[in-house]
Design a protein around this ligand. Structure first.
Ligand SMILES: *[C@@H]1O[C@H](CO)[C@@H](O)[C@H](O)[C@H]1NC(C)=O
Ligand SMILES: *[C@@H]1O[C@H](CO)[C@@H](O)[C@H](O)[C@H]1NC(C)=O
Ligand SMILES: *[C@@H]1O[C@H](CO)[C@@H](O)[C@H](O)[C@H]1NC(C)=O
Ligand SMILES: *[C@@H]1O[C@H](CO)[C@@H](O)[C@H](O)[C@H]1NC(C)=O
Ligand SMILES: *[C@@H]1O[C@H](CO)[C@@H](O)[C@H](O)[C@H]1NC(C)=O
Ligand SMILES: *[C@@H]1O[C@H](CO)[C@@H](O)[C@H](O)[C@H]1NC(C)=O
Length: 811
């Protein structure tokens, strides 16, 4: 079409007339657009530009006392506080005065933001002689400076200069960057930046005046392992309105409410995490709900707690920062400043010593890297160096020795699954007191090796008075748990100053179903798709057409109250990982307890192994995916995330044979296994896959899952069921040989001969496809390590993932 449509003329004529009549004197209401020689004033909110669909507004937004920024926001306010969702700001670091400040479109085509004293705070730096030049707020939220019939048509647009938010269909390009705001209340530029790095990878960097450090994709992973590519230099990323994100570096995913017609934003939050939100209706107004986030363990985001501090995280309490011993918080209201020493370092004559922090890692800033040293040697080296604040002391299994990394800065410290310790250098007189206060600070008591054994009060069959006491005790604890949970929610909702207020990071769609809904969905529980110790799973179709697996739990513990069930299940529902089955909801009604999961087209790994459907490529991918899912569960550092029943029946496969771990977190909901085999009634788990700890009544840690995982992998490779081997015995060597012993035996028989011969002997001959001998040998070796009798000799799940992705490297 050559002629501009009528659509264009009406507002333009109106504006032309208007501006002729009113120019430079009284304020007028431009509505959708602003023409040359007119302006938007901070004094009148009637000057605001509104998009034609009314979704977006552009105008002056108050950021402080008498401080305003020219911004674009969603017109409709959210929730009780009526907060606005800002999507763009013009120079947010210099707010303007609440009187006489103006955004003007000058005659020369420049769009300029003036403060009250006429100083220029921001400008578009554009030039145009076109009389038709106008500023328009489009329905997408894009503020556009357009000159119809001239070239280029678009002179400037806000979509080219995102602040911390990306809207659907807004292209993020090689020239774009997003910078987080300082905090949820302070809109000025913070320390986190999203951009296309020189290697073409979309990256996040923490950048404060002191340090710069890239933390996403994770620096310890290769680009390839993080699922990215460096080869495509077009450097463009976009979120579409359906909820699909696609970047030229191969990062692509669908957010969890993909396909639903909702308003969406992608935001680099002030805590350094990228989150995708959708606007959902709630009883007390609309809310932004998280549909995807880059980090589920926020402690891995660099700089979150500032220097000299330690980040801890749990689902219940969220992220917490604490100063390392001997240091104190620098700014009482702001953690980004971190902690400062309470002592003067390196004074002549002051004796220095160390405090050990177990299971802690500080990332980077290694002054020196010294292999094969004793603890004593490391201590001496650091003592002699005035810049040394402490050191990381790490054991390497493959090399059989310790290495120390001396640190000149203590940054990005977090507590996780690292076996090693950090030693902090302090004046001797501080060491003793520091040790006591810090350890009793209890935030450090949660490590995978210090998990409290799961209570097993149901061990005794016949009722005794002590059992009664125990039951009452458990009941009492239950009540306390509920009270605690209620208090927690009350506090969390009342005062969530540590987290963003209007954002509730709950995965979408998690809901409570009625029994009759589920009865209809499953056509009266007619199609059974699985059966296990915990209950029967039925296929069903929900009212929104999603296909679901619906598990009806068997006879529930009597003191498993509704509130407890609900608390557990909603924690499970919040877990979100591509290798964990997604929980969509639950049902509690009378004695019925049901859990609703996503449906997996290819059923369980057990069934696929039976029917011999998997080739070698799929088997290896399944081994890696399952390890990732379990590593995610364990990383959260909570007791209930132990799976305790890893076996092929609990690993489900989607259309693409992607594995997802199912049935996690249920160990507390249901005394699994008790009904399956009475001689093992004390024990959770399944015969053949169970770690020796269960039998020997040793403390139960995450290493029980590691063991079971090892057995599952060996089963996939050999095609032999560990249970059958126990029952039949293996003819060739006779007796009660386990699968693990059988594999070890085969390897031993081939000692001395060249590598690869044993792998041919144990690899399942019925499996189709080629295999990479080295990859398979590595997988068997990792599986055997997992299945070590001694739980301390087993790697953690995250080490397993690492070993599978980077064979040959440890940690
Ligand atoms: C926001 O943070 C910046 C940078 O730290 C600071 O200069 C400014 O005073 C803060 N603004 C408000 C309103 O607190
Ligand atoms: C690079 O990425 C762009 C955008 O995603 C895509 O259109 C293009 O086909 C990619 N190029 C190659 C060579 O893969
Ligand atoms: C997102 O969903 C669409 C439509 O269902 C599908 O074609 C696409 O492959 C999905 N993308 C990813 C990355 O899962
Ligand atoms: C602490 O930080 C806040 C916010 O950045 C700032 O306004 C305040 O002045 C700081 N206080 C001190 C003592 O540095
Ligand atoms: C480590 O150092 C010790 C003592 O210096 C030495 O005996 C040992 O061989 C070294 N180990 C390795 C693997 O280099
Ligand atoms: C929402 O508005 C209230 C009151 O104006 C303010 O105290 C609070 O910080 C705002 N929350 C966010 C997340 O901006």
């Amino acid at each position: 079409m050559a002629l501009p449509s009528l659509y264009w003329y009406i507002p333009l004529l109106a504006i032309l007339c208007n501006s002729l009549l009113t120019y430079s004197s009284s304020p007028f209401s431009p509505g959708h657009s602003l023409s040359k020689r007119s302006s938007i004033s901070v004094d009148s909110k009637y000057d605001n530009l509104v998009s034609r669909n009314s979704l977006f507004t552009a105008g002056f937004f108050q950021v402080g006392i008498n401080a305003y920024c020219f911004s674009i926001w969603f017109t409709e306010p959210l929730g009780k506080n009526a907060n606005l969702t800002i999507v763009w700001m013009a120079n947010r670091d210099v707010p303007v005065n609440g009187k006489n400040s103006k955004l003007s479109l000058h005659d020369d085509g420049n769009l300029v933001l003036h403060d009250a004293d006429q100083s220029i705070v921001w400008s578009s730096e554009t030039k145009s002689t076109s009389g038709l030049l106008s500023l328009l707020l489009e329905d997408t939220g894009n503020l556009v400076l357009r000159q119809p019939n001239a070239d280029p048509d678009v002179l400037w647009q806000s979509f080219d200069y995102p602040t911390d938010t990306l809207l659907p269909d807004q292209a993020f390009t090689k020239n774009s960057e997003m910078v987080s705001s300082r905090s949820t209340a302070n809109f000025s530029s913070g320390f986190y930046r999203l951009y296309f790095e020189n290697n073409n990878v979309l990256s996040l960097v923490y950048n404060n005046p002191e340090i710069t450090s890239v933390y996403w994709p994770p620096p310890y992973e290769t680009t390839w392992a993080a699922g990215r590519t460096t080869y495509n230099n077009s450097r463009i990323a976009k979120l579409n309105s359906e909820g699909r994100f696609k970047s030229s570096d191969d990062l692509r995913f669908n957010v969890s409410d993909f396909g639903m017609r909702r308003h969406r934003i992608m935001k680099l939050d002030s805590d350094g995490n990228i989150r995708f939100y959708s606007l959902v209706d709630e009883k007390d107004g609309k809310k932004w709900e998280v549909q995807w986030q880059a980090f589920s363990s926020p402690c891995k985001i660099h700089g979150v707690c500032g220097p000299n501090s330690l980040c801890t995280y749990s689902h219940e309490t969220g992220r917490k920062c604490a100063c390392v011993p001997g240091y104190e918080k620098k700014n009482l209201t702001d953690w980004t400043y971190g902690c400062q020493p309470t002592f003067k370092p390196c004074i002549k004559g002051v004796v220095e010593d160390y405090v050990e922090l177990r299971l802690v890692e500080f990332y980077g800033f290694d002054n020196r890297y010294l292999e094969n040293r004793t603890l004593q040697e490391c201590k001496q080296i650091c003592l002699k160096d005035c810049n040394c604040k402490g050191f990381q002391f790490r054991y390497f299994n493959d090399k059989g020795y310790y290495t120390c990394y001396t640190k000149n800065l203590l940054y990005s410290g977090y507590q996780l699954d690292f076996k090693d310790s950090v030693y902090i250098k302090l004046p001797k007189k501080l060491v003793l007191s520091a040790q006591q206060t810090f350890i009793s600070g209890s935030s450090l008591s949660c490590g995978p090796d210090q998990i409290i054994p799961i209570q097993r009060s149901y061990e005794k069959k016949h009722e005794s008075s002590s059992l009664k006491v125990l039951l009452w005790f458990a009941y009492g604890i239950g009540v306390l748990v509920v009270l605690f949970a209620l208090t927690f929610f009350y506090i969390a909702f009342k005062d969530s100053s540590t987290t963003a207020k209007s954002y509730f990071p709950i995965s979408s769609g998690f809901k409570r179903f009625t029994y009759s809904e589920l009865k209809t969905a499953t056509r009266n529980f007619s199609e059974e798709i699985g059966r296990g110790g915990a209950g029967v799973v039925y296929k069903g179709k929900l009212s929104d057409d999603r296909t679901a697996g619906i598990k009806m739990l068997k006879e529930v513990n009597i003191h498993q109250g509704e509130a407890e069930f609900q608390a557990e299940i909603s924690t499970i529902g919040r877990l979100n990982h591509m290798h964990l089955i997604e929980t969509w909801g639950y049902c509690i009604e009378g004695k019925h307890r049901l859990v609703v999961y996503e449906y997996m087209e290819n059923g369980s790994l057990a069934a696929c192994l039976d029917s011999n459907k998997l080739d070698w490529g799929k088997k290896i991918d399944i081994a890696i995916g399952t390890a990732k899912g379990l590593a995610y569960l364990h990383e959260e550092c909570l007791e209930w995330v132990l799976h305790c029943d890893v076996k092929p029946h609990n690993i489900l496969l989607d259309t693409n044979y992607n594995p997802k771990v199912a049935d996690f977190g249920l160990s507390k909901l249901f005394d699994r296994g008790a009904t399956e085999n009475s001689s093992f009634s004390r024990i959770r788990g399944t015969r053949g896959y169970m770690a020796p700890e269960w039998v020997f009544n040793l403390p139960i840690t995450s290493k029980v899952d590691v063991y079971s995982y090892g057995v599952v992998v060996l089963e996939m490779i050999t095609g032999k069921s560990p249970l059958q081997m126990l029952q039949l015995g293996d003819g060739s060597s006779g007796g009660d040989q386990t699968l693990v012993e059988w594999v070890r035996g085969k390897i031993r028989e081939h000692i001395g001969s060249t590598n690869g011969t044993w792998i041919e002997e144990i690899a399942d001959g019925r499996t189709s496809g080629e295999y990479d001998t080295r990859a398979l040998i590595n997988l068997v070796n990792v599986a055997l390590q997992c299945a070590e009798e001694d739980r301390d000799a087993r790697p953690s799940m995250s080490q397993v993932v690492n070993n599978l992705l980077h064979p040959g490297f440890e940690d």
